[in-house]
Design a protein around this ligand. Structure first.
Ligand code: ISE
Length: 332
């Protein structure tokens, strides 16, 4: 399987490393980036065979069998469409698009092509904590699900002009996706608020969602939490609860105190989830069978609808109904 990685930024470099180190049987064929120096440095670090700067050209190349898209968000849907046109499986970083209409275009192209090509990079589904929550629910060990509490904290925003709307469209889609995956239902409504900060940085966004099955979900997105990358989740059922443990290999005991560290960002916290996701993508590329827990173009559409509705809820200060199309038979 000859793989091209499009985008040699943070995520592209990470994906290239996973392909090179953790996907036996693959060849890292091309690293593609507008910035030739960046592409070359990732290629050198990972032993990729070639570099390029034209993504659509790379997707069409005869010596490329599958594609990983990790270029800027606005390129995700157009490049997924190019992969569908070329008949090549694509692992596309989240979000598929911030526009649900554009996600719909990708779904329509896939349906017209008659088979799945697009796996979306909602890697949290492969994190062991969510795997266990979903299993506990399926096995009836905590009874019927009532609520899910979620915290998503970054050290600081990547850019100073990051807004509350961006917290909803860029960071929260991980929670939107993994919660509906764990609970196995869709959202019925969303409300969103922000507390006031004492400085100009973006304040946390707190959302409360109702599901179509009558559960309540709350999500805190705090992109300026200052102390570390910290994701927490607890699924509460009628007969028990299951919560994510902090992930740490060691504990420090010193000066009359006990402490564990935080990751600086998601790449190390979810390293194993990314590896599992990318292995699942490789199997998908080899067999054409869509991964059992993988997220699809439909899931990208669902996340985009909730995010669009969440932004309306934040700006209006009012709870908004989440209105999604019927799930096409193709994605069932
Ligand atoms: C960021 O946009 C991501 O995509 C990461 O996966 C997430 O964990 C991070 O907190 C987001 O801000």
């Amino acid at each position: 399987m000859r793989i091209a990685v499009i985008g040699a930024g943070l995520m592209g470099a990470d994906h290239a490393k996973i392909v090179a180190e953790d996907l036996p049987g693959t060849r890292l064929q091309v690293i593609c980036d507008m910035d030739a120096t960046r592409a070359r440095s990732v290629a050198d670090a990972t032993g990729a065979a070639d570099v390029a700067n034209d993504p659509e050209g790379v997707i069409a190349r005869a010596d490329v069998d599958a594609v990983i898209v990790a270029s800027p968000d606005f390129t995700h849907a157009p490049l997924s469409l190019a992969a569908i046109r070329a008949g090549k499986p694509v692992l596309c970083e989240k979000p598929l698009s911030q526009s649900s209409a554009e996600c719909l275009g990708v779904m329509e192209a896939e349906i017209a092509a008659g088979r799945r090509f697009v796996q979306l990079g909602f890697m949290r589904r492969y994190d062991q904590s969510y795997v266990e929550m979903r299993r506990a629910l399926a096995e009836g060990r905590i009874g019927r699900a009532l609520m899910m509490h979620n915290f998503h904290r970054n050290v600081e925003t990547p850019a100073a002009d990051f807004t509350g709307a961006m917290a909803i469209t860029n960071s929260a889609p991980h929670e939107f996706d993994v919660v509906r995956h764990v609970l196995g239902c869709e959202y019925a409504s969303i409300a969103a608020w922000q507390p006031r900060r004492s400085d100009a940085r973006v304040a946390p966004v707190v959302m409360v969602l109702e599901t179509t099955d009558g559960q309540i979900v709350n999500i805190e997105i705090n992109n300026n939490a200052a102390y570390g990358y910290d994701v927490r989740a607890e699924l509460v059922g009628e007969g028990g609860s299951i919560a994510m443990n902090p992930v740490a290999y060691t504990r420090m005991d010193q000066a009359m105190a006990q402490s564990t560290g935080y990751d600086a960002d998601w790449r190390s916290r979810y390293a194993e989830a990314y590896r599992r996701q990318n292995r699942a993508f490789l199997r998908f590329a080899e067999t054409g069978v869509f991964p059992e827990i993988g997220s699809s173009a439909w899931d990208g559409y669902a996340a985009a609808v909730v995010a669009e509705t969440g932004v309306r809820a934040l700006t209006s200060g009012q709870k908004q109904p989440v209105q999604m199309m019927q799930k096409p038979e193709f994605y069932k």
